[in-house]
Design a protein around this ligand. Structure first.
Ligand code: FEO
Length: 397
């Protein structure tokens, strides 16, 4: 999109779509691209909210110039310093050294650290306000949603919450800026993938942030990624609340690592058991094929998880080892876990899964199934039993 898009009188989206970057943070696939949303508010004073990733400055400046004379911009409010939003700051300041930056103490530190920018920062306290004329911002410090400097800016007259990464999702906007202009089902799942991979580790801090925001009359949520939630901002607010409290849906994910389909057969028996127990939402993933970001997203969504691995170098199969490491890092709570696996001549995989089970604090559903070489009828029967038992725990919970 080459034009600014009005959210309301004098408030415009001036973001960009990125369909060139394959991996967000050099980690997370972007099959549908991503947007870097930025905004401008034109009043007696004019304020920018965030910038865009380096390389998109021309597009951003062009949109600003369609709203106002660039010389007339007074403030740059920085809600978040990750370079997908701050990457154009140094060039912007080179063009407009008079711009006053609005941030907080942590923003100042990161500005100096990443860009060598010092001075000209107005540090706002949590709850402090800034008037532009008719419009007035109230700032909320929301540390670790996603970085320590993260804050949100609530414009009180319009009821628009400029939320930084929070409530945002992967996916380019492709012409639609608002939730009622896009295929919202794509953004619902990509918002969960963003949350589970980028923000979810900091769930206690998300809860702290939501507690600060809960009494505001929020009419729209304008995140730095994905659509502006104007028709149903409560949807995404409540989703963030559920996800960060680890409220799960009654479904299960079965994830396996298998070189020659032996552990895969065990996974399929577990999945069949889940279906027999009445669980309709069952997702089976081959960890060597499906990117881990989708695995984490499904695990965040569903109550049940069955992990199965063959043994490789007397350890977990490498993609499963990576998954277990990430699960330790993400600190999800309250899942029901089943484990199974195989080995050829010495164990290793199931032993590590058992260690993870103890560390996780999740409820382990028996039986743990371990088989040597190919699973026979007994082992597959035990996997079926594991799936049924896991299914019964999920459906009753
Ligand atoms: Fe979209 Fe944490 O950056």
């Amino acid at each position: 999109m080459h034009e600014p898009v009005a959210l309301t009188d004098g408030v415009y989206w001036i973001g960009v779509d990125d369909r060139e970057t394959a991996l967000f943070e050099a980690l997370w696939p972007l099959p549908e691209g991503v947007s870097y949303n930025a905004y401008i508010i034109k009043d007696e004073k004019t304020a920018l909210i965030d910038t865009v990733k380096r390389g998109y400055l021309d597009d951003y400046l062009d949109k600003i110039s369609q709203v106002c004379d660039c010389q007339a911009v007074d403030y740059l409010i920085i809600n978040h310093m990750e370079p997908d939003h701050s990457g154009s700051i140094r060039q912007l300041l080179a063009l407009h050294p008079e711009l006053k930056i609005v941030g907080n103490k942590k923003t100042t530190e990161l500005l100096a650290g990443y860009y060598g920018v010092t001075g000209n920062v107005i540090e706002v306290a949590d709850g402090e306000e800034l008037s532009l004329g008719k419009r007035c911002f109230k700032f909320f410090h929301t540390p670790m949603v996603h970085w320590p400097e993260t804050m949100m800016s609530f414009e009180q007259q319009s009821g628009i919450l400029f939320s930084g990464d929070a409530f945002g999702g992967f996916g380019a906007l492709d012409g639609g800026v608002f939730d009622d202009e896009v295929d919202v089902s794509l953004f619902e799942s990509e918002t969960l993938r963003y949350f589970s991979n980028i923000v979810g580790k900091f769930s206690p801090m998300v809860q702290n942030a939501l507690a600060k925001l809960k009494d505001l009359e929020i009419k729209s949520i304008a995140s730095t990624h994905g659509p502006v939630w104007r028709s149903d901002p409560k949807y995404v607010f409540n989703a963030y609340d559920r996800w960060s409290r680890h409220v799960t849906e009654p479904g299960a994910v079965v994830i396996y690592g298998s070189m020659y389909a032996n552990t895969q057969r065990m996974a399929e028996a577990v999945a069949r058991g889940l279906a027999l127990a009445g669980v309709k939402q069952v997702k089976v993933h081959n960890s060597a094929v499906t990117h881990i970001s989708y695995l984490l997203s499904d695990i965040w969504r569903y109550r049940g998880l069955a992990l199965g691995s063959c043994t490789y170098d007397v350890q977990l199969f490498p993609p499963m080892r990576h998954l277990v490491q990430m699960l330790k890092s993400k600190q999800m709570k309250g899942r029901n876990l089943g484990i199974f696996g195989s080995y050829g001549w010495s164990g290793g995989a199931v032993k590590e899964l058992k260690e993870f089970s103890e560390l996780s604090g999740w409820e382990l559903v028996e039986p743990v199934v371990e088989t040597r070489c190919a699973p026979g009828r007994d082992a597959l029967g035990m996997c079926l039993e594991l799936g049924e038992k896991l299914g019964r725990v999920i459906t009753k919970g």
